[in-house]
Design a binder for this molecule. Sequence first.
Ligand SMILES: [Zn+2]
Ligand SMILES: [Zn+2]
Ligand SMILES: [Zn+2]
Length: 179
Amino acid sequence: MSETSTEKQEKANDPAARRGELDVCPVCGSSVHPQAYFCPQCSNYFCFICRSQVTPNDVLLQCVNRDCEYFGKMVCSQCDLSQTTEEKPFLYKEPTDGYWPAWLLICVLLSSYITWRTTFLAGGLAFLALYPGIGYLLHAAGLNIFGKERSVELPRSTTAYSCVRCAQPAKLITLSKKT
Ligand SMILES: [Zn+2]
Ligand SMILES: [Zn+2]
Ligand SMILES: [Zn+2]
């Protein structure tokens, strides 16, 4: 007597225990096979454990362990919570364009002005001093003249799905959308 009550208690605490009337469709109320997760009467799928109706937008899981009593059954993501583990972020360098076209234009304008005011040689020398010389100083000062590499950090995480009954890896499935 006391053993059956503890058994009942265990079943109530078991998150994998099936709930509700197993031979009645939760959507339309017609009788279905107790092992079913699909109703042929109303063509609706429902979760094997909590018997809530599922749609193509829901995350669904299916146990792939043949020895498990939930093998091949469809379980909703509320009954079978996935484990997401954070991994080390993926780092990579991304080149960024510098302001060199604008800087080149400024240098060309300035040296042509100097050429016009003085000599061609002075203008050429001024360009050489300006574009690589001052450009390098500006770049070193933190202004992105010649382009830089930017570190980009991509967060990574993996989501593991496992059967709520046997704890073996489970397959993610999707329902085909009704047309
Ligand atoms: Zn139904
Ligand atoms: Zn469920
Ligand atoms: Zn399983």
